[in-house]
Design a protein around this ligand. Structure first.
Ligand code: NAD
Length: 428
């Protein structure tokens, strides 16, 4: 869903302003938290495979580090903008706060399209990115991680460059590393699984058995695939997924009313989570326009692709049967659409709560790096389940006690924690 006038940073600020007013924050606190504490904008020169030189624009933004080092992913995306990175860094601050881990919020991005870059060129971008920011990242200041179109391999190249310059081994500098190279068991699954743990808790409260529910999901990348995996394990049925087709430069939705088959879809998708439309049709999937994912007659919608996908322009297409929207992606619902959805009595599990599993596991990864002792997958996933379940319960209890929706409850809890940390440090 494209909307050229949408600015994610304005949306993030609007959400923050509402929470700040409800909390009665003073002007200094509002001014401080409405903007990132520091920003880095830089250019990365890369020698391309054909011998030419190309310059890539890149960013790293620290929104807030009062509760601990800035933490957040790095995106590679051709449409990346500084305001998207600002918004994502602010959402990271609220995310680490709402799940109560001792980290702040940051985000990074490089304007590039990995679809059109060789692995060697991508490695140069990763190493160049670290060379530009090396003094301002590290286990005690800012800890990057993967995000859209970046992977454990990208993280390892970045770590390798950092350690080469720093002259030592500092695995806690970056999370989302490959297993055996300082990565944590369960990190790949963590975000998608976390979305479903939050959804499971919401269904439990609504007294709906997962076994009788169906879902439609936007995206078929890291978050979506593992969300499908756990949702199926708890008994749910996904009947529609959508993904981006880079050849046609448009998205498609793939529907199978008896339930999509995760394994076969994985086999026919590329490393960017793009599903092969011809092979999908051969396997009996109905091919629909990408935006149709939102119109499906399901109980649950899970946006797990990009921001600004549920807007006032398509909100009326949401089927009457939908009871829950679990926001796997960051910022998938525009503020206007959010207001309209609340009037429809749809429970929205807000992004920075629903998709916090990734950063929780990143935190576990850092803890393991610091101990130089690694937990089993079961141990990591059970700790993840506990953290997500507790966070969901505290947001849900707050929402009931104060008669506010889940997003407002999550904002009030998290902004309050961050404001208190800034205040006790004497910043505001
Ligand atoms: P990814 O790159 O692995 O997958 C993105 C998926 O979205 C792909 O399947 C792609 O085809 C699809 N897509 C892109 N544009 C689309 C469109 N217009 N319509 C339909 N599908 C489209 O990314 P990811 O890591 O799964 O992240 C997805 C979202 O979740 C992002 O908003 C990201 O910021 C957020 N998120 C990710 C993590 C994480 O740990 N990976 C953590 C928290 C939040």
């Amino acid at each position: 869903m494209e909307n050229n006038s949408y600015n994610p940073f304005e949306a993030a600020r609007k959400q923050f302003d509402k929470a700040a007013d409800l909390l009665g924050l003073n002007k200094a606190a509002k001014d401080f938290l409405r903007s990132p504490v520091r920003e880095f904008h830089f250019s990365i020169p890369v020698r391309m495979d054909d011998g030419s030189k190309k310059i890539f624009k890149a960013f790293r933004i620290h929104h807030n580090d009062a509760r601990g080092p800035a933490k957040g992913g790095i995106r590679f995306h051709p449409m990346e903008t500084v305001d998207t990175v600002r918004a994502l860094s602010m959402w990271m601050t609220w995310k680490t706060s709402v799940v109560d881990i001792p980290l702040g919020g940051g985000k990074g991005g490089v304007i590039c399209d990995p679809h059109n870059l060789s692995m060697f060129e991508q490695e140069q971008i990763c190493r160049g990115w670290v060379r530009q920011i090396v003094k301002n990242i590290g286990p005690y200041s800012d800890i990057p991680a993967p995000d859209v179109m970046t992977s454990p391999q990208h993280m390892l190249w970045m770590l390798d460059e950092y350690e080469t310059i720093a002259g030592g081994k500092f695995p806690g500098t970056i999370t989302g590393k490959p297993l055996g190279m300082g990565g944590s068991e369960g990190r790949t699954e963590a975000t998608g699984y976390g979305v479903i743990i939050a959804l499971r808790e919401a269904l439990r409260e609504l007294k709906i058995k997962p076994e009788i529910t169906t879902a439609s999901i936007q995206g078929f990348g890291n978050v979506s695939q593992y969300a499908i995996e756990l949702y199926e394990k708890i008994g749910g049925k996904v009947i529609c997924v959508s993904s981006w087709d880079n050849n046609d430069k448009k998205s498609y939705a793939f529907r199978k009313k008896e339930g999509v088959n995760l394994k076969e879809l994985r086999e026919i998708s590329d490393t960017f989570g793009g599903i092969d439309k011809n092979k999908a049709q051969d396997l009996g999937y109905e091919l629909l326009d990408g935006e149709k994912w939102i119109e499906q007659e399901t109980d649950i919608l899970i946006p797990a692709a990009l921001e600004n996908q549920i807007t006032k322009n398509n909100i009326d297409k949401v089927n009457q049967r939908v009871k829950i929207i679990a926001e796997g992606a960051n910022g998938p619902t525009s503020p206007e659409a959010d207001t309209l959805l609340n009037k429809k009595d749809i429970l929205i599990i807000p992004d920075f709560l629903a998709n916090a599993g990734g950063v929780i596991c990143s935190y576990f990864e850092q803890v393991q790096n610091n101990m130089n002792y690694y937990w089993s997958k079961d141990e990591v996933l059970s700790k993840l389940d506990m953290k997500m379940t507790n966070a969901y319960a505290s947001v849900s209890n707050f929402s009931k006690q104060n008669n506010v929706n889940l997003r407002d409850a999550a904002y009030l809890i998290s902004v309050n924690r961050v404001a208190n940390a800034c205040q006790s440090r004497g910043w505001i």
